[in-house]
Ligand binder design. Sequence first.
Ligand code: SF4
Length: 241
Amino acid sequence: MQKNLLALFRILKKSYGSQHWWPANTPFEVAVGAILTQNTSWANVERAIDLLKKAKLLSPKKMFRAPSRILLRCLRPAGFFNIKAKRLKNFLDFLFVEYGGSLKRLFAQPTANLRQKLLNVNGIGPETADSIILYAAEKPIFVVDAYTKRIFSRIGSIRETDSYDQVQGYFMRSLPGKTALFNEFHALIVEHAKRFCRVKPICDPCPLRLHCRFAKHLSTKEQVISTTRLLFGGEEKSRLA
Ligand code: SF4
């Protein structure tokens, strides 16, 4: 089902306002956050970033030279901290070997080259690479995550089984290639998934319900359950069913 993505974007923006992403002070902090956020909540990433700030390690040079035990101690709250320390080290090795530790030099190349370079770093996948490109390098690329797939497959724009590249291609073909738009749209998608389009969706009060194939197929009883879930929490379903 073809959808007007810009119209959906405008509804989300009107509903939730500007999201001011990415929550970081420097491009390096964005890159570190993008690597740490794999398989963990943002709250855990923030705790790790705070510790990195306190240890004064949030610059490429300082983190590159930091003793492993101190880095590991800071990364502990982010979960899988041994793996994530290795991924950060892989990224820093690449940054120093190929670009003398300069993110500015790394980000100066064309988006397709930059993406391929990042994907070649062990531990950096498409979502992490694209987050770094969009939010740290500020180049126009659409970030796809599990929330994007969940929401837009329910709406009817894509299939749940579509690959990362297929979903990204759909968004990039359908939208003007503007960094600010891609930045805000991805942030709004995350917000929407948290508020309404959860694993168990809350469709009745959802601002996108009139455009959503999934919502159109809901029965009245399911809509009541969905609204009650919003008001009272997930356990209400068993009382009503
Ligand atoms: S109507 Fe329901 S399924 Fe559709 S986007 Fe909203 S919460 Fe998700």
